[in-house]
Design a protein around this ligand. Structure first.
Ligand SMILES: [Zn+2]
Length: 144
């Protein structure tokens, strides 16, 4: 029997599993590889489990972009603070200025695939995969 009411502990375990898969750029639902055509283009459907990766809802793409920007700024801010604290009292301000500017531009691109899979993992946690998601492209016999 499948139940939608998961215990708190199993939710945390699921979240951890999804996040770990997402960090390796795998499908958060099944851990399958091959959900990326290249660094910036994600397939619409997971080739392993058939999960719809672009879940096609209004605002979804905007949400994942916002998530990307916020997450990369947070990483950037954390790095900045770590460097300043570590090098105090004479942090390399000039280096930080130029390096920071370069990172600001690069981070969203470098971070993009991670933000997409992490966002997907997050989304999947709160809106578990439903039958519609899985069965639109595959026969019922192919589910596992
Ligand atoms: Zn999958």
């Amino acid at each position: 029997m499948h139940t939608h009411v998961a215990s708190h502990q199993s939710t945390i375990r699921t979240a951890g599993r999804y996040a770990w898969r997402a960090l390796r750029l795998r499908c958060p639902n099944c851990g399958g590889r091959g959900i990326w055509k290249n660094w910036l283009i994600m397939r619409e459907v997971c080739p392993v489990c058939g999960l719809h990766l672009e879940r096609g809802e209004h605002g979804y793409i905007v949400g994942s972009y916002m998530f990307n920007i916020v997450a990369s700024e947070l990483v950037f801010a954390a790095l900045f603070i770590v460097i300043v604290v570590a090098m105090w009292p004479s942090p390399p301000w000039t280096w930080l200025q130029w390096g920071g500017a370069a990172l600001m531009l690069l981070m969203p691109v470098l971070f993009y695939p991670f933000s997409k899979t992490l966002f997907l993992a997050f989304d999947l946690l709160f809106r578990p995969q439903n039958f519609e998601d899985a069965d639109r492209t595959r026969g019922p016999g192919n589910r596992h």
